[in-house]
Design a protein around this ligand. Structure first.
Ligand code: C2E
Ligand code: MG
Ligand code: MG
Length: 564
């Protein structure tokens, strides 16, 4: 073991020279040795050595016998000195020394002195301090610090293990009701019961006020930890008798498997603590695996990256044309967010929009999308030398509508880019309306007052409360792709699409069919009376300049046909 005590690290060489002259004057146990043929002889031990009880005759000292190979190696070397930590004896009565081997002068090459600085007391003090620091005084179990040490040791061992964190539910309340003493007693009893179901190879620690940690050895079976969790819950389910009360205790348990990917002890404990939190929000007598954490961590990583992407303007909009089904001409473009991160990875909006919604980033993202869509439309107008004849459709998420004041955001974008409100089409989903119908109705009227038109996106997939359709100022129903694609081969889908179309007609709304990928489908939908179509048949979502080329070509074709 290393005994780190810098102040005692080395013996001044000058003293050793003094020793060479008079060994007896040296206050530190010292032995003098001389090289003899292929071996060496002990010349003498000093008074300090004798007084320390290390021996009287060097030749017979077992301590020196144990060091003989080191002494031999030193005498064969050309080194002037060598210091090392050394211990002797069994665990309980071990003694610890800093040993210094030194040649008195370069001239006396065949001699050396061995000095022993006794560090035993210091080591013991350090150890008991460490023990105190790593032990919980109430239960006598290792504390959080001690728990980390234990995990570190098994990780160094590379043996398979799992960490369980057990949190007593509502302990704070129990503590407050029963008083601190009874609370302490409860903790001690809980610790005892948990200990009772552990195997000898598992270790228990108290890592927080009402939190226990178990480090368990895992053989091959990943379910082992879950089974232990069950045993613990069973052990704690019997009522506890404390002074005059009988109380029931429930606990939540989180499990983290210590796999090779997790090298950091703290990370492993954190994983288990995270699992406990999840266990508490679910059925609190349940254990969770780390996958839940991995998922949350991935989401968190995506959230962090997305936040940066918004700040650093890594997002862009793609534009997908929406066509009039009867004439085939383009009437608008839907703006769809695209994100390529700094590693060149293109993320799917189906992945990052939900993360943006959950984290609240949908507010800055939505504001950016609104402004960017308006900016692009302005650019198209400018490139066409006036109104390019297109509208742009922007998606509004339900959460964005709850959290942001949308109407002023839309108005600001229109003003900044000098556009009429009629150029904007806003797509909302049914979930937005369900969340808070009255407030959303107010917002929708405000948006209508700006001149924009409103579309109900993904219609048919949400809660479809038909009562609101009639009350709200909706101009267009967008029939969800799931009903449209494959519709020709599916009677049920056709029936649904027909129903939506006749509903829209009855309410005086126009319709857009999403996900049109074939001519046949476009013709059928046109025949059924659907107003607009959107899908890969016409174009995939395009970069702004490619969309502009499409607009320019469509305008040229229209001019040519009107001229002929
Ligand atoms: P959405 O508003 O329903 O947009 C239509 C989605 O259908 C787009 O997916 C589009 O690429 C895809 N699509 C269009 N035609 C076809 C087709 O013929 N076949 C197939 N298989 N797919 C087609 P995308 O771009 O992946 O966007 C997914 C969703 O993400 C959007 O669904 C929208 O809800 C959301 N989203 C995208 N950008 C934004 C945004 O800026 N803000 C908000 N709040 N949501 C957005
Ligand atoms: Mg949409
Ligand atoms: Mg849609």
């Amino acid at each position: 073991m290393a005994i780190a005590s810098p102040d005692l690290v080395s013996l001044p060489l000058a003293e050793l020279e003094l020793f060479a002259r008079d060994l007896e004057l040296i206050p530190i146990p010292t032995v003098q040795v001389v090289r003899e043929g292929t071996g060496f002889d002990f010349l003498a031990v000093n008074r300090a050595y004798r007084l320390a009880g290390l021996g009287v005759i060097a030749d017979r000292s077992p301590m020196l016998a144990l060091l003989s190979s080191r002494i031999d190696a030193f005498l064969r070397s050309t080194d002037m000195r060598s210091d090392f930590d050394w211990s002797i004896g069994q665990v309980i009565d071990s003694r610890y020394y800093r040993v210094t081997l030194a040649r008195p002068t370069p001239a006396l090459r065949d001699r050396c002195q061995i000095a022993f600085i006794d560090l035993t007391a210091q080591v013991h003090t350090e150890r008991s301090l460490r023990r105190e620091m790593t032990t919980d005084s109430l239960t006598g179990l290792p504390n959080r610090e001690g728990f980390s040490d234990m995990i570190e040791a098994v990780q160094a061992d590379r043996s398979r293990h799992a960490v369980l964190v057990i949190d007593i539910d509502r302990f704070g309340r129990l503590n407050a009701c029963l008083g601190g003493l009874a609370g302490d007693e409860l903790l001690i009893t809980v610790a005892r019961r948990i200990k009772g179901v552990l195997r000898a190879r598992d270790a228990l620690a108290r890592i927080g006020g009402d939190e226990f940690g178990i480090l368990m050895a895992v053989d091959d079976d990943a379910e082992e930890a879950a089974r232990l969790a069950e045993r613990i819950q069973r052990a704690l389910s019997a009522p506890f008798r404390l002074s005059d009360y009988e109380i029931g205790v429930e606990c939540s348990i989180g499990i983290a498997q210590g796999d090779d990917a997790i090298e950091d002890v703290e990370e492993l404990i954190r994983n288990a603590q995270f699992a406990v939190k999840r266990a508490k929000t679910g059925r609190h007598v349940e254990s969770y695996q780390t996958q839940a954490f991995t998922l949350a961590r991935e989401q968190f990583a995506m959230e962090t990256a997305l936040r940066r992407a918004i700040e650093e303007r890594q997002l862009r909009l793609a534009f997908q044309p929406i066509c009039d089904l009867s004439s085939g001409s383009i009437v608008s473009f839907e703006a769809l967010a695209r994100w390529r991160d700094q590693n060149g990875v293109e993320h799917d909006p189906g992945d990052f929009i939900p993360v943006a919604e959950e984290s609240g980033l949908i507010v800055p993202l939505g504001r950016w999308a609104m402004d960017e869509a308006a900016r692009t439309l302005r650019w198209w107008d400018d490139m066409c030398g006036g109104d390019c004849g297109m509208r742009v459709a922007v998606n509004l998420s339900a959460i964005q509508m709850q959290r942001d004041d949308i109407a002023p955001v839309v108005e600001a974008a229109l003003i900044r880019h000098d556009l009429a409100g009629s150029r904007f089409n806003l797509e909302l989903t049914e979930s937005a309306i369900v969340s808070d119908p009255d407030r959303i109705a107010g917002i929708m009227h405000a948006l209508k007052a700006l001149g924009t038109s409103l579309a109900m996106d993904d219609f048919g997939t949400g809660y479809s409360n038909l009562a609101y359709l009639q009350k709200l100022p909706i101009d267009i129903l967008k029939i969800d792709r799931s009903f449209v694609s494959g519709m020709l081969a599916d009677r049920d889908k056709i029936a649904i699409v027909r129903a939506i179309l006749s509903l829209a007609q009855a309410l005086g709304m126009r319709t857009t069919a999403e996900g049109i990928e074939s001519n046949e489908l476009a013709q059928t939908l046109a025949a059924l009376g659907c107003t607009y179509g959107q899908g890969y048949l016409y174009a995939r979502p395009l970069e702004a300049d490619a969309a502009l080329s499409m607009i320019v070509a469509a305008r040229a074709a229209a001019t040519a046909s009107s001229a002929s």
